[in-house]
Write a new protein. Structure first.
Length: 378
């Protein structure tokens, strides 16, 4: 039996949970069938997507090959994020299907995407920026709006380029640029970081997780997917080879005391502490010796910080997360004398502009002219 993408009928859209639709959309097993359908349609029609449904267009967009090297195409995490945004967009349009029918003179039955016009896209973006869809029933933050706008624009460009939609719908989207002042304050001082880590000094598992994040600047996903076999001892130093964002490789330096804490962690888990290029076990594991799901690990770290109930936490604009420790690493490295380029390379940032955002508030404070005054100037 052919492995076809399940046909989601228009009338069933309201009954199916978004997660259920997303699960089908990110399933790669339908990809070969989609390519075959496109090939056969192209043989007999001028337009290769003439026989595609709306859902098939979303699926094809998510899984389309953009580079001959597979590793340069969209990863599962990215596909899931894109699919979630596009399903929300589609379901909202479906809610107003009857309005569309009355608003579009040449309405085509069986498709929503073919019937939307630039004015509908503009209305959707306005709704997206004001609807209570964010945390605690609040509207989305500008950073979230910006991400979703980028995804929508890319998808609408694909629809126009493929010939599925004749209107340039992407042109209706307003810019959702982010200023540095829009970004949450993730600065964490050395003293604050030390207090958080010291709180768990008698808990080797939690202590090691926090220590690894604070002293390496690793992304939480990099920590969750790191393997023991990739840890090497060279010239008296411990180096962990990781594959980061965009599948870019780099080496992370581990201090001796961090390695010792890691060994204690692994002994508790019943794992080997002997360095071996054949040991496929995760660097850190759950109590069942499985690799951490990075989303779970991220939430777990945030929970650990909240549980400390340290007094300074009440003055932070946002929760201290696993990513906050990455910002701490960047700032503390500058305080220790590293230049911006060195920090950028160590963190694996493709652009120095990203690194600048990490340390922007710190540098503004450090370069404040008032610091040149004497404390008793008047």
């Amino acid at each position: 039996m052919e492995n076809r993408l399940p046909q989601i009928k228009m009338n069933d859209m309201e009954k199916i949970a978004p997660k259920g639709i997303v699960t089908h959309l990110i399933d790669p097993s339908y990809r070969e069938n989609m390519e075959l359908k496109k090939y056969e349609t192209e043989q007999f029609c001028d337009e290769p997507f003439a026989q595609f449904t709306d859902m098939e267009m979303i699926y094809y967009f998510l899984h389309q090959e953009r580079d001959i090297k597979e590793e340069k195409n969209r990863r599962e995490k990215t596909k899931k994020e894109y699919a979630s945004t596009l399903v929300s967009f589609y379901k909202q349009l479906h809610t107003y299907e009857e309005t569309l029918k009355n608003d579009v003179p040449d309405y085509q039955e069986g498709s929503i995407l073919k019937n939307i016009r630039p004015r509908h896209v503009k209305e959707y973006q306005k709704w997206l920026s004001t609807a209570p869809l964010g945390r605690n029933g609040q509207p989305y933050k500008i950073t979230t709006i910006a991400k979703k706008t980028i995804i929508l624009k890319s998808f609408l460009q694909f629809l126009h380029k493929s010939g599925y939609c004749t209107h340039r719908l992407q042109d209706a989207l307003l810019s959702a640029s982010i200023r540095r002042d829009d970004l949450p304050n993730r600065d964490l001082s050395y003293n604050e970081t030390q207090q958080i880590i010291d709180h768990y000094k008698e808990h080797p598992i939690n202590y090691t997780l926090l220590l690894l994040l604070a002293t390496t600047g690793m992304r939480v996903q990099e920590l969750a997917t790191a393997k023991w076999k990739d840890l090497k001892y060279e010239n008296g130093e411990y180096w962990l080879h990781i594959i980061g964002k965009g599948r870019k490789e780099r080496d992370i330096y581990l201090f001796g005391y961090v390695f010792e804490a890691l060994c204690t962690f692994r002994k508790i888990r019943g794992l080997s502490t002997t360095l071996s290029a054949q040991d496929e076990s995760p660097l850190v594991t759950t109590y069942t010796n499985k690799a951490y799901n990075y989303t779970y690990l991220s939430h777990y770290v945030s929970k650990l910080v909240r549980r400390t109930n340290l007094s300074f936490l009440q003055y932070h604009d946002t929760n201290v997360t696993a990513h906050t420790f990455r910002h701490f690493y960047a700032i503390h490295s500058l305080e220790k004398g590293a230049d911006l380029f060195r920090v950028q390379q160590t963190l694996g940032h493709e652009s120095s502009k990203t690194t600048e955002i990490y340390v922007d508030r710190y540098l503004k404070k450090k370069n404040n002219a008032s610091l040149l005054w004497k404390q008793d100037e008047f």
